[in-house]
Design a protein around this ligand. Structure first.
Ligand code: ADP
Ligand code: MG
Length: 252
């Protein structure tokens, strides 16, 4: 890969390997992954259950460590950072959205969205406040600011989680099956929001999914199988993605 591509990469892994356990019990989750996430792009990571999607996402996001290989975030090599340094990187440069929303039940919407600043020991400044308001209106949360998570629908809770993840303007937003707990219509509106944050705000996104419809919202689809990248495609229709997945199942 040339230097130009390196410069554009917002996250980059080289010969990434991850195994769990020892001896006969060793499980190889990642078996030599080379991947660059392009700045401003919405990338989907697909593959069957157990193919290493979550492990890859966790290592790229500084939530877990590789067994070998290098991990870079923008220009910075984060492979050898200690836990405290990784915690700061996650707070300041990475956003997360999970299948299970992970909102704090005792905090209202506004406090949940501001949590990343709270954890970083500060309050949003004027510019950040304006951005949070923009996010709240774009996500239809303005009238919900003082509601607690249990007073919201699943789709609204996931929109709060997205607002929280985008509030600090992270270098990369990582989403692991973000629509997994939503009905299909609500799921589509969440996917449209993720796609819009990439096209309108240049947000870089990596989304793990096994759903061809979800993946069809992405600019690019990376396919994993047995801890390796087995295909890498530009934007595709759900039908094209389903056909690719079926072909992979037949080949294995
Ligand atoms: P996916 O997200 O694609 O379903 P994972 O990254 O969760 O795949 O898992 C990849 C492989 O690593 C699987 O075989 C899984 O069982 C194994 N694995 C994941 N996490 C652990 C762990 N903490 N301990 C042992 N094995 C694990
Ligand atoms: Mg997973």
């Amino acid at each position: 890969m040339d230097n130009h591509t390196h410069k554009q990469a917002v996250a980059h892994v080289t010969d990434l390997r991850k195994s769990y356990g020892t001896g006969d019990n060793t499980v190889t989750a990642l078996d030599g992954i080379n991947l660059s996430l392009e700045r401003g792009a919405f990338t989907a990571i697909m593959g069957p259950s157990g193919s290493g999607k979550s492990t890859l996402m966790h290592i790229m996001a500084g939530l877990d460590r590789a067994t070998s290989g290098r991990v870079r975030l923008g220009e910075d090599d984060i492979t050898d950072l200690d836990d405290n340094q990784l915690t700061l990187i996650r707070r300041r440069r990475i956003g997360f959205v999970f299948q299970s929303f992970n909102l704090v039940p005792t905090l209202d919407v506004e406090a949940n969205i501001c949590l990343p600043f709270e954890l970083d020991g500060r309050r949003p400044n004027g510019d950040e406040r304006a951005w949070i308001s923009t996010l709240e209106s774009a996500l239809g949360l303005q009238s919900r600011r003082t509601h607690r998570p249990h007073e919201l629908s699943g789709g609204q809770q996931q929109r709060v989680a997205i607002a929280r993840a985008l509030a600090t303007r992270p270098a990369v937003l990582f989403a692991d099956e973000p629509t997994g707990n939503l009905d299909s219509r609500t799921g589509r509106s969440v996917l449209a929001l993720l796609a819009a944050s990439s096209t309108e705000y240049g947000q870089s996104i990596a989304m793990v999914t096994h759903d061809p419809i979800a993946a069809s919202y992405a600019d690019r689809i990376v396919f994993l199988a047995d801890g390796r990248v087995v295909d890498d495609r530009p934007r595709s229709t759900p039908e094209q993605i389903s056909a690719l997945m079926l072909g992979m199942e037949r080949a294995s």
